[in-house]
Structure formats: structure tokens, C-alpha cells
Design a protein around this ligand. Structure first.
Ligand SMILES: [Zn+2]
Length: 230
């Protein structure tokens, strides 16, 4: 799928770097695109199945080794772009329910049904039925009675089906392709301005923005970058 794109780890041994962001909240880095894992009482929620099978199959394997007995019950893609959802089939193969806005339902249904017979991938081998849970008109809240994971539709000019994942207890927002902090810094850009304006309308208590790309930054840092965007 990524044949005409030179992603940094295509063809290399996968690098899996665990980084704990908060109690029960882990970022799996080691590539251009991260996956975030949230530990619930008896299951796991994964945010992002990026790139391609060669990345996400080892990521899924690492998750299963670290949390034996806790199934990956949900996978939440931030948006449908190929580099962000190209590896989602490895999560589908685990029986993870895809949580996405209505606007992306047909897309993920097609991804789930696409035959991969020439080089069978995890889903082709597993032959698991895939459940796509669509939502709209407000956030989809995933909870185990203790921890809450809130998925907000946040359509921007980058993607109509964009979502952010909000962890209210940790005051964390997980985002892709707008903020992408580097060493805690956010560079001014029109996408930063658009994102900050959009996220402000959600009225959430946010301390930290965690990027699928890069690392983390404070909302203040993103706001300052938005304000100094021409
Ligand atoms: Zn994108």
C-alpha cells in the first residue's frame, strides 16, 4: 500500500518505543506515526493504526505481550488518510471495533472487506468479522465505569472525518496532523490556528496535546503558536 512512499521504517526492523504519558496511557513510538494505548479495566483502547501492516502488526504484537488478557476492544483512527489508517487492518484482525464518525463509515467498511490474498495480512488470515461503530452529533464516550475516553468529531480543512481523543482525567487531547509538537514546541502554522479555534469550541479542560506525530505540548504553547500565525 505504501509502495510509492518512502516512509522512514519501510523495510527496516520495526522499532517499538513505549512511553508512558500518564497512568494507564502509553504512546508507542519508534516510527513516524505513533499509536496510543489506553488501559481500561478489562480491555484496551488503541488510537491510530497507522502506515501499513508491517508497522501495525508488530505494534499489535507488542501490545498483546505487554497486556496479556486484555483484548484491544476499540481502535480509534484520527482520520482516514492512508498514512494514518493504512495499518488499521492489523487491529481489525484482533476484533477491535472501529470507532469513527458517520462520514468515514463506508471507507472503513471498504478497508475491512478488501481482499489481501496475494500477501495475506493479519485480517485476511484471521477472517474476523469487523465491526464499525459510527457516531455523530456529539462525542462518542468509551468508559469502563472508571476511566472515560471521549472521541470528538473535529472536522477541519485537513480531513472531514478528523477526530480528537480526549482523556478528561488526564486533561490530554490526542491529535494528528495539526499541532505535531517537537520537543514541546509548536510552530506557527495555519493548521495550528484552525485546530486551536476548533478545539476551543469543544470547551474542554485541556492541559496537554499529544501528537500522533512528534511529542507533546501544552495547550498554551499551541495557543501562542496559533496567535503568532500570520
Ligand atoms: Zn492527514
Amino acid at each position: 500500500m505504501a509502495g510509492n512512499v518512502s516512509y522512514q521504517d519501510l523495510g527496516r526492523a520495526p522499532s517499538i518505543e513505549w512511553n508512558q504519558l500518564a497512568n494507564g496511557v502509553h504512546k508507542i513510538g519508534g516510527s513516524s506515526h505513533a499509536t496510543i494505548v489506553v488501559e481500561m479495566r478489562d480491555h484496551l483502547i488503541a488510537v491510530e493504526g497507522p502506515l501499513y501492516e508491517a508497522r501495525t502488526a508488530p505494534v499489535v504484537k507488542a501490545i498483546k505481550e505487554r497486556f496479556p488478557g486484555k483484548p484491544i476492544r476499540y481502535v480509534v483512527p484520527t482520520h482516514h488518510h492512508l498514512d494514518h489508517a493504512g495499518g488499521i487492518r492489523a487491529f481489525m484482525a484482533e476484533g477491535a471495533v472501529v470507532v469513527s464518525p458517520f462520514s468515514a463509515r463506508d471507507f472503513y467498511a471498504r478497508v475491512a472487506k478488501a481482499p489481501h490474498t496475494r500477501h495475506p495480512d493479519s485480517l485476511e488470515k484471521a477472517r474476523t468479522p469487523v465491526v464499525i461503530e459510527s457516531f455523530g452529533g456529539g462525542p462518542r464516550v468509551l468508559t469502563d465505569g472508571t476511566r472515560r475516553v471521549e472521541v470528538y468529531p473535529l472536522p477541519t480543512s485537513h480531513a472531514e472525518d478528523l477526530v480528537v481523543v480526549y482523556l478528561p482525567a488526564e486533561k490530554i487531547v490526542i491529535e494528528a496532523d495539526h499541532i505535531s509538537p517537537r520537543n514541546g514546541q509548536v510552530r506557527p502554522a495555519p493548521a495550528v490556528k484552525e485546530f486551536v479555534n476548533a478545539v476551543d469550541k469543544l470547551n474542554l479542560d485541556i492541559a496537554t496535546i499529544v501528537g500522533i506525530h512528534g511529542d507533546s505540548a501544552t495547550l498554551q504553547a499551541a495557543r501562542a503558536a496559533a496567535q503568532s500565525t500570520k
